[in-house]
Design a protein around this ligand. Sequence first.
Ligand code: GDP
Length: 299
Amino acid sequence: MTTIQWFPGHMTRARRQIQEKLKLIDIAIELLDARVPLSSRNPMIDDIMMNKPRLVLLNKADLADPGITRDWIAYFGKLGIEALPIDAVTGEGVRSIPEKAKHALRDKIEAQLRKGMNPRAVRALIVGIPNVGKSTLINRLAGKHIAATGDKPGVTKGQQWIKAGGDLELLDTPGILWPKFEDEVVGYRLAAIGSISDQILHVEDVAFHALRFISEAYPANLKERYELTDVPGAGAEADEIVGVMEAIGRKRGCLQSGGSVNLEKASMVVLRDLRGGKLGRISLERPDGRSKEEALTDG
Ligand code: GDP
C-alpha cells in the first residue's frame, strides 16, 4: 500500500505532471472507486483537466452494490460524462473501454472523417488517486505486466505508448491525483475501503463509521455475516453501534483478559470483511442518499 504525503508542493508537481501529459492525449480516463465515487475523486479534477474530454471508470465494481453503481452512471451521465463500471482484476467491462473512449470523442472523430482524414488511434491517460487500481488496469489493457507504476520524483524517462486494443493507446505511467483529505468523512470512507493506510486513522473510528453506515443501509448483510438477530437501523445511537461491534467481537472470539471484547480486533474483523467483499457488495456513497450521507456525517 502506498502512503503518499500530499504536501502542497507534491500537489503542484502532480498537477503539472498531469497537465504536461494532457498535451499528448485525446482523452483522460478517470478511475474512481465504484464504492465511493465522490470520495475517490480529486477535489480539483475539473480544474486540472482543462476541458479535456473525459471517460469515468467506476473500478472495483465487483465490490460495489450494482443498483447504486447504476445510479452513479446516471449521475455522471447528467453531468455529460460517460461512465462505465469495471473490474480491473478480472477484466469485466474492460473490453468496452476503447469503444466508450471513441464514443466520448465521436464529434472530433466525425469531423476528421468529414475532412477526409484517417483518424489515428485514440490516445489516453489514466488518472486517479493511489490504490484505485490504475496499474492493475494498465496491465489488464496492455495484456502484459508493465513495471512502471507512476511518476517517481527525480526520475525522468520517455513516455511509452501501450497498445490497449481497439485503436486505443495509453501512456504507460498513470497520472496520480490526491484525494480530498481535508474532509473527515472522506478520510473515513477511504480508510474503510483500505485506500488509505490503517496507520493514519484509528481502526476503531474507521470501523465505527463504516458499521454505522452498513447497519443503516445494509442491515441484512450484517445479520447474515455475523448471525446477529438485531441490528439498529437509521438514527442509531453511538452506543448501539458499539453494541453491534461487541456482538461481532464475541462471535469472532475477539476477547481480552476479563472476557470483555477487544474492540480493536473486532474493528479489524469488520474492516477485513468489508474490504474483502465478505459483507456482500456494499457502496458507501450514493448520489441520492441524503439520509445515508448523514449517517456518516453526524459523527
Ligand atoms: P494504483 O495505486 O491505482 O495503481 O492501484 P493498484 O493497481 O496497485 O491496485 C490497488 C489494489 O486494488 C490492488 O490490491 C489490486 O489488486 C486491487 N484492485 C484493483 N482493481 C480492482 C478491482 O476491480 N476489483 C478488486 N476487487 N480489486 C481491485
